[in-house]
Design a protein around this ligand. Structure first.
Ligand code: ATP
Ligand code: MG
Length: 682
């Protein structure tokens, strides 16, 4: 079957159809990087340039790997390996272990915490929870940067890194931790060890390298801006002297620097491979121009390394609603209002799986989970306490494990799972009540997952299914539940939704307090996180923050610095005395929910009667002004404000100033102009 390349634009086509050899796609969010590499693989295979089983595609998450396999299957291409660095390494270590270590047994270490705690204790370092966590992070960082314990102290001094405690002590804990993993009975390998072993085997064991390189010939890496030096070393081991490598990435979306990841390999690619095909993509197919404008404005303020590689996104979709900005008194109110807005989106036909709430830290999900549950809206949490950590899911897996030890059950794991989950609440139809429904939804999702595992031949019996489930639980990969997604900004990477709520946008959360303390580079990484969040939205983007944590609490939080200059309602917020708040919508008569709607006097979606020609004239004027000033139109006035002006028909400065969204600065800058436009229609 020929691959239909008409679904790619001209630039994407260049990357997809370049012959085997080095290709680099440097492009912004939503420009179709992931789509392009998928087509590139399909095309290489289709053209007979490589066998599908000889392609290894590396993605950032298990979910992305699954999506890529699905997309390739839809294009009629099966057998391509799409994996994360870790899962690829795990497979390879399993395969090569006897050749490099003989019959020495090994096991994957899934929880490092107890070992690091023991190592800390043995080294006379405080083994409290926080310190152990910091030490663990530091050891991971060192390993990702290919820094051994012997060099640790010297290397961090060289780059001015702040260690969690005395560097000599950290090195000692690190060394002890490594020792604790090794015993004559066998070895425990953590995730980084898998990568290290693969790299070492490819570098030092010619037979292993030869066999591997015969097996894999063509490599593709997505999200290459976030590759660590250790992962890069593995990649180089895979390649050997070959150069059949396609990489894609966006330096502006580097958000894992804290793990040692760096965009340097991406940015230097064309120097490493001088004959590489380099493609830049600018057209954003994901988001409306309103959203790409905002994304461009946010990233235009970035400083540092990535700033030099700034790519302007050009929104290809039809215009949509302006992003909204809302300040709330406290977090529970913010969560309730977000849930109410989600309910309206659901009612207007946006599917739940197309809506996401994104936040900076996992613990922020709690308030939103509670509000959604209260509103009877199903959701799933990505990252954080994931699907497999839920009580009902753990219970269900336990039941399945019990069933596996029986001999009198049917062969089909799906049938067994259904029967085992029935007493836990898997009724034939969806029950009433938010809690019961959520439980039912989880159990159903687990059955779906078992079904998928069997269907894709990942497992054929219950024992193997349990192994697969366990692996997923470790990777915290929840099956697709048809609910609203709650995710941290980190976990949202590469994904997209019709509607995105970016919540909790306050100082010390975004940017996070430790980044503010650490310095400019760390704050820049937080800005990129904000950029990643904005660019996840296709159509609806709603930004919010709250001034107090608790209801009635101290309003001591301030809005995130990243919102400075973006928030059209700035003046409204500062001058509450000017707000003409109304509790019901003057168009439909129903109660109003958000402060923004109350100041507007109607629901944002309720279109009032107004003079369309005046509105159009004001928009034309705004376009001229924004073009002349080289800034996005909404920074002059938002659509909502222009509409409010159209409705109010102000005749003088005070009546203009009384309109929500119009502050003294705007009156000074644009008042005369606006009144002149309005005067033409009086
Ligand atoms: P990110 O930087 O967030 O990873 P990306 O560059 O990988 O984004 P994709 O996820 O591949 O972008 O594509 C974004 C969206 O645009 C997807 O919904 C994709 O199907 C769509 N898309 C990509 N290219 C085209 C195109 N040529 N025509 C229409 N839609 C496209
Ligand atoms: Mg992508």
């Amino acid at each position: 079957m020929a691959i239909d390349l008409s679904l790619l634009d001209a630039d994407q086509l260049v990357a997809a159809t370049a012959p085997r050899g080095p290709v680099c796609i440097l492009a912004g969010a939503g420009t179709g990087k992931t789509r392009t590499i998928t087509y590139r693989i399909a095309n290489l295979v289709d053209q007979g340039m490589v066998a599908p089983t000889k392609v290894l595609a590396v993605t950032f998450t298990q979910r992305a790997a699954g999506e890529m396999r699905d997309r390739l299957r839809l294009l009629g291409i099966g057998g391509v390996q799409a994996r994360t660095f870790h899962s690829a390494a795990l497979r390879q270590v399993r395969y090569f272990w006897p050749q490099i270590a003989g019959d020495l047994p090994w096991r994957l270490l899934d929880n490092k915490f107890p070992l690091v705690a023991r190592a800390a204790n043995a080294s006379g370092v405080d083994s409290g929870k926080d310190m152990v966590r910091d030490l663990l992070g530091e050891i991971e960082w060192a390993k990702s940067n290919v820094i051994g314990h012997a060099d640790y102290a010297q290397r961090i001094a060289g780059i001015g890194r702040t260690p969690p405690t005395d560097p000599a002590k950290v090195a000692q804990v690190y060394q002890r931790y490594e020792e604790l993993k090794t015993s004559p009975e066998g070895m425990l390998l953590d995730f980084d060890d898998l990568l290290l072993h693969v790299a070492a085997a490819l570098e030092n064991a010619p037979a292993v390298a030869e066999e591997f390189r015969e097996q894999y010939q063509s490599f593709v890496v997505d999200e290459y801006q976030d590759v660590t030096p250790l992962q890069q070393r593995v990649l180089e081991g895979w390649l050997g002297t070959r150069d059949d490598l396609t990489v894609v990435g966006d330096a502006n979306q580097t958000i894992y620097s804290f793990t040692g990841a760096t965009p340097d390999y991406l940015l230097n690619f064309s120097r490493t491979y001088e004959h590489a095909t380099v493609v830049k993509l600018q057209r954003d197919y994901r988001s409306t121009p309103e959203i790409t404008n905002l994304a461009n404005t946010v990233i235009s303020k970035a400083t540092g390394r990535a700033a030099g590689t700034r790519l302007q996104l050009e929104g290809m979709r039809d215009p949509g609603p302006e992003p909204t900005y809302n300040a709330y008194d406290d977090e529970p109110t913010e969560a309730r209002e977000v849930a109410a807005a989600i309910r309206r989106l659901l009612d207007s036909g946006v599917p739940a799986r197309e809506i996401a709430i994104l936040y900076r830290i996992n613990s922020q999900s709690a308030a939103f989970e509670a509000a959604l549950a209260d509103a009877g809206i199903l959701y799933q949490v990505r990252g954080g306490e994931g699907f497999f950590q839920r009580g009902e899911v753990r219970e269900a897996v336990l039941q399945l494990r019990r069933a596996a030890s029986r001999t009198d059950l049917p062969d089909d794991p799906v049938t067994v799972a259904r029967a085992a989950f029935a007493p836990l609440g898997l009724t034939p139809t969806e029950p009433e009540g938010a809690q019961a429904r959520e439980r039912w939804q989880s159990l159903n999702a687990l059955v779906d997952l078992v079904e998928e595992i069997v269907r894709t031949r990942e497992a054929s019996n219950l024992q193997e299914v349990l192994v697969s489930l366990n692996r997923r639980a470790e990777a915290k990969q929840p099956p697709a539940v048809d609910g609203v997604t709650l995710a941290s900004l980190h976990a949202a990477k590469g994904l997209e939704w019709d509607a995105v709520f970016l919540v909790g946008l306050v100082e010390n959360t975004l940017p996070i307090s430790h980044a503010i303390k650490a310095g400019d580079e760390e704050v820049e990484e937080e800005r990129r996180l904000f950029y990643v969040g904005i660019t996840r939205a296709r159509e609806h983007l709603k930004l919010s923050w709250s001034l107090a944590r608790q209801e009635g609490g101290n309003k001591n939080r301030s809005r995130s610095r990243f919102l400075d200059g973006l928030v059209p309602e700035l003046e409204v917020e500062k001058s509450p005395q000017r707000l003409k708040r109304s509790r019901t919508c003057r168009v439909c008569g129903n109660p109003l929910d958000t402060p923004a709607e109350k100041s507007l006097g109607r629901h944002t979606d309720c279109e009032p009667d107004y003079n369309e020609e005046l509105f159009a004239a004001l928009k034309r004027w705004r376009l001229d002004v924004s073009r002349a000033a080289g800034q996005p139109a909404y920074l002059v006035f938002s659509d909502a404000t222009l509409l409010a002006i159209t409705e109010a028909v102000p005749t003088d400065a005070p009546s203009l100033l009384a309109i929500p969204g119009v502050g003294p600065v705007k009156v000074e800058n644009y008042g005369e102009d606006v009144l002149a436009v309005v005067a033409d229609f009086l």
